[in-house]
Design a protein around this ligand. Sequence first.
Ligand code: KIV
Ligand code: ZN
Length: 531
Amino acid sequence: MAERIYIFDTTLRDGEQAPGYSMNLEEKIRVARQLETLGVDIIEAGFAISSPGDFESVEAIAKSVNDVTVASLARALEKDIDAAWNAVKKANRPRIHVFLATSDLHLQYKLKMSREEALERIKKEVSYARNLCPDIEFSLEDATRTDLDYMCRVVEAAINAGATTINLPDTVGYASPGDITDMVSTVINRVPNIDKAIISMHCHDDLGQATANSLAGVKAGARQIECTLCGIGERAGNTALEEVVMAMKTRPDIYNAETNIKTEELCRSARLLSSITGVRIFPSKAIVGDNAFAHESGIHQHGMMANSKTYEIMTPESVGVVKTNYVLGKHSGKHAFSKKLDELGYVLPEAEIARLFDEFKKLCDRKKNVSDRDIVALVESTEAVAKQTWSLSSYVVNSGNKITSTACIALKNGDKVIEGVASGTGPVYASLRAVEKIIHHPFSLDDYQLQAVTEHRDALGEALVKISDGSGVYRGRGVSTDVIEASILACLNAVNRMLEGGSSSISGGKPASSLSFDNDMLVGHTDKEVE
Ligand code: KIV
Ligand code: ZN
């Protein structure tokens, strides 16, 4: 019988810790709900002690999901464990994840503790945590650089103190698959009470080995894998959830393992993360990248036509790839549209479907054939912003290689329509500056990205922006067949979040560092204004 492997998702903790991936409360809850739909076994929702915002989001996630364990990270300290417990205790299945480094390097230089002192601390704090919560994970941080004899003593003591999962992280991505096999086999063979706990792998990707190492752990007897969507995480990231899951599914002959993951939800989960964080999925990313199932070369295409197995080891459908089907257009009615939303897996309230249908109709006036990917872009670009303070009424932009670009923009706020005119070195610059003048709230543009959603000339353009105003960083997304309109919509999406206040900030009140654009690009610019 296949071995059941538990999937512990740490997108919202280790993943969110990585620069550029921070999310606000509402976004974390959306990701957590999607992870539940995806079928992960454990969601590590955050590090409750690290900030009031983290505590609040771990607690909110614990209350928002039902059928999944919710964990919070805690150092081996009572105050951390108390915070973790207070944040997760309302979950149907709470877990406290306690960690302490065990390598001599970390003990000597970071913790300034002897091995014996660390062992005593682990016994004390794991048993403290176990008195609060029945499900305790203990992680030996930097396990792959820990002395194996000492590791076996720590694991035995942690299990005796009440740990039910023992995690052996490759914290710095240093190990090779052979090292992992040796480490896991040693622990299984030498720790007398190991049958009372599950062994978990948590691998970082510094040498590009995280997936191989996690799978080596499974082969050697680990039963939990800690991973993140698209492998996001500290430095080079963590093990990618979609990779380990599909490796085990595609090669039962090697792993003889099964998970609870609904693999058809993999692409949607990755897309949701990308649309929330504004970080694109690399086109050749295994499993969920745009090119993961694209066959360009003639030889491959020929083989695929004869028998798809020649070049395809798994089907695009099995991971939920959205195909470009031109099925909807100007004459499609609301029924066909809502059926399409259904097929694409969107369960939305009636009012939201009606609103999207209006957007779809507007799109049909500009684009003859509307593909599944266009519809996905439409749905994902119009995620809710609690208060839609400003909306676009109209715009005229004048641009050329021999003139300074000018933008005349009219924005609606309640019943009022306010116009602003501005100039700039390009049409996007001029437009964003006009928006800034209308809203009377200066902001910097920290990042701007533009890409086509589909291949054709009438493709939808998707703009992603990050703006900041000194008290927070705000993301926005907009799609349109006109890239200037997409840019203005993305800017307004971010502006509305900014005006909505702190809860939608993604940086906890810290101004983000400038990414690809000059921070001063909008604020304080001295260009001549038209009006
Ligand atoms: O990489 C690591 O060691 C960790 C632990 C805290 C589990 O993230
Ligand atoms: Zn980690």
